[in-house]
Design a protein. Structure first.
Length: 238
């Protein structure tokens, strides 16, 4: 069931360009230790006004269009470009991985999870799928990208091969304790099996993480996560 806001998100369409690796980084407070990765084709000003990004941040990344691409190798290159830039920024500011908070929103959970696992940071993952390949192939939000890929003669197996090793469920073991996963139980953009796969991986790999299940769709989950982002900065779980 789509609510009004999710219908509006779906109807905004799919970018015609899905090959561009260029991204936009918005620099925030030089003393902050939070890094945001925004949803797919979502501008910072929109995310801020919607309440997705309430925290003071060091950097906030607008996704490159190729983060969801009909060329699977470009999905990986786009993600790795974001991660390399964010990791370099943290190193330049002498911020240790264990002191950083990485917030991923929707598609932004793809680079966020990968980065948090690389550096041992706390992760706030909001509206994530377990696997990027299956999310692209199954989500109604990426239906047009899948159609373009099929027209090029590509199959799910091509995505699975190209993205292997980068999926969120493959990058959980080294994230810091007290990480948070916010999941919308009525999210039409994250197939039920993708939520189930993520929950199973959290249970087996990061039992210290806190899972928050919300009775909401995609937009409402992203917006409601602001409360848990604020609390996260002072939370300590047993």
């Amino acid at each position: 069931m789509f609510d009004l806001f999710d219908l509006l998100l779906l109807r905004r369409g799919t970018p015609a360009d899905d090959r561009t690796l260029r991204f936009r980084r918005i620099d925030g407070s030089g003393t902050a230790k939070v890094i945001y990765f925004l949803p797919w084709h979502t501008r910072f000003v929109v995310a801020r006004q919607a309440g997705f990004t309430p925290l003071d941040f060091l950097a906030c990344y607008e996704m490159p269009l190729a983060i969801v691409s009909s060329v699977p190798e470009l999905c990986v290159q786009a993600m790795q470009g974001l991660v390399a830039d964010a990791e370099s920024l943290l190193q330049d500011r002498a911020i240790r991985g264990q002191d950083a908070v990485i917030v991923g929103l929707s598609v932004g959970t793809y680079p966020a999870t990968y980065l948090a696992n690389r550096i041992g940071a706390r992760l706030c993952s909001v509206a994530s799928a377990d696997r990027a390949d299956l999310a692209i192939w199954e989500s109604p939000a990426t239906r047009m990208v899948k159609h373009r890929a099929i027209q090029k003669g590509l199959q799910l197996s091509d995505y699975s091969m190209a993205l292997d090793g980068t999926h969120p469920v493959q990058n959980l073991k080294a994230i810091a304790r007290n990480s948070i996963f916010v999941i919308g139980q009525r999210d039409p953009f994250i197939p039920v099996c993708r939520n189930a796969g993520l929950l199973q991986a959290i249970e087996t790999q990061v039992r210290s993480a806190h899972v928050i299940k919300l009775d909401g769709g995609h937009f409402k989950t992203l917006r409601a996560s602001g409360q848990y982002q604020r609390e996260m900065l002072g939370l300590t779980f047993a």
